[in-house]
Write a protein that binds this ligand. Sequence first.
Ligand SMILES: Cc1cc2nc3c(=O)[nH]c(=O)nc-3n(C[C@H](O)[C@H](O)[C@H](O)COP(=O)(O)OP(=O)(O)OC[C@H]3O[C@@H](n4cnc5c(N)ncnc54)[C@H](O)[C@@H]3O)c2cc1C
Length: 554
Amino acid sequence: MSSSKRILIVGGVAGGASCAARARRLSEEVEIIIFDRGRYVSFANCGLPYYVGEVIKKEESLLVATSDLFKDRFNIEVRLQSEVLAIDREKSEIEVKDLVSGNVYHEKYDALVLSPGAAPIKPPLEGIDLPGIFTVRTIPDSRRIKEWIDDREAKKAVVVGGGFIGLEMTENLIARGLSVTIVEMMPQVMPLLDPEIIAPVHKHLSRSGVKLRLNETVTGFEQTNSELSVKLKSGEVEAADVVILSVGVRPETSLARNAGLQIGDLGGIRVDEQMRTSDAKIWAVGDAVEVKDFVTGRATLVPLAGPANRQGRIAADVILGRDARFRGVQGTSAVEVMGLTIASTGPSEKTLKRLGLWNEPATYEKIYLHPGHHANYYPGASPITLKLIFSKPDGRIVGAQAIGKQGVEKRIDVIATAIQKQSTVFDLEEAELCYCPQSGSAKDPVNMAGMIAANVLRGDVEIFHCGGALADNAFILDVRDPAEFKKGGIEGAVHIPLNELRGRMDELPKDREILAYCLVGQRSYYAHRMLVQYGFKVKSMSGGYRIYTFCKAS
Ligand SMILES: Cc1cc2nc3c(=O)[nH]c(=O)nc-3n(C[C@H](O)[C@H](O)[C@H](O)COP(=O)(O)OP(=O)(O)OC[C@H]3O[C@@H](n4cnc5c(N)ncnc54)[C@H](O)[C@@H]3O)c2cc1C
């Protein structure tokens, strides 16, 4: 693109702002104008729940950059309260409405970047517009929620939807002293993740005082005296002083649609790997676009800040003549709720099954483990539950999910990077990672995950999973210590502690499959290694009794 051209950008937050700043770093000569219909540019949407919870005390802290900073530092013009109404592709111009003066005017572009984000879904329910019902997307949204809570001294909240934003809002409402009920139509919160991984989250939420109403749908709202009645499909009603709607977002595509740009099957703007739309002069990035899932190769919508920022940068590179390409998304993400971190990367088992990929013969395998977040001899180690999904023929890593109190996102980040490099479980086995007593182990949880998965692929251990039906004729062997067995175990299991196993092999059948388990899968692996060498046919339960209890609870 020749140097005296104009880049116009619609939307000045994650994708739009990073595109603008990158474009300026690449060219001092292009003219760059950002249009945003809101009153703020480049603000931290991700911080909004924490402003409501008063963890972030000052509203100004949410402003990552201001219009003045864009002007002074980058020579980028920001026009706030300026809504882009239409795109005229023939004339290469946009129609803009100044929301303060009401003036409508046109601006020509050489390159147009759309980063209009996504809109919170507001289901068409009776009473949905009643005062006291909020969505969370902008600074004014969080300000209104905070004022509502303060002015009415709100005591009870209902959060509709138990995804990322629902959980973050729950944490912050609890921090403000409200009692919170989460209403979620699925049988679990964080519906994209696998149920057995999320089961302990339910327990954690309940223990933290959150009332969970799973498999429940809101059918409408009513104002009753000073309270809101949240009506449920079951016929029951939850009373609330404030309601947070967090049931997902929908890509903002009206501008693109009206301009005749191609829209994908999932409802996002269709772009190529250079973030170019079906019009060679128009790019689109962020929550509004459909992109390729790095692992499955399918189109997907992933409304996260990281991809939006990277895509904005790539669009700028391409507009200014570089051959940049977006690799695709993995959905790498984390959420923390009252001290528990839930993180994941790549598709879950659930997603692979939904796409019909999991069931292809012998394609994927999974393993579970529960290592300490640092060396167990050092005080304060807390367990991480980690699920690793990998491709069976070659060991390529597909996805991972983890929960725990510390060190969770660090492990998922390592695995996310490994996925991007198309690494295998054998690479995780060999990964050289930080270790000091306070933050890791000589065999880091990531190494352990690789070792366990590699053991499976090399045939050093045969595993079975708690969710599957146990073979009719199977002999279930519990190798835990007596004190553990006393507290409960799998029905019908024969108990022989690992340390006694060598001396009690005559109690084991040679003509039946032995399904061995312990608490986390380590001692049953040792039992497996021992018994197969004496001619027994054995499988070890991956993730052990702990995962078994999670499966039962999910
Ligand atoms: C409460 C909350 C918490 C979040 N937490 C996280 C998190 O922890 N981690 C994470 O990765 N992601 C998080 N996200 C998601 C993340 O913020 C988004 O993925 C990211 O902001 C998307 O960037 P974007 O540029 O596509 O859209 P946005 O950042 O939404 O920006 C779009 C902008 O476009 C403007 N706009 C739209 N249409 C027009 C128009 N016609 N004319 C002018 N302006 C227009 C809008 O006013 C808006 O300011 C969170 C989001 C929310 C709401």
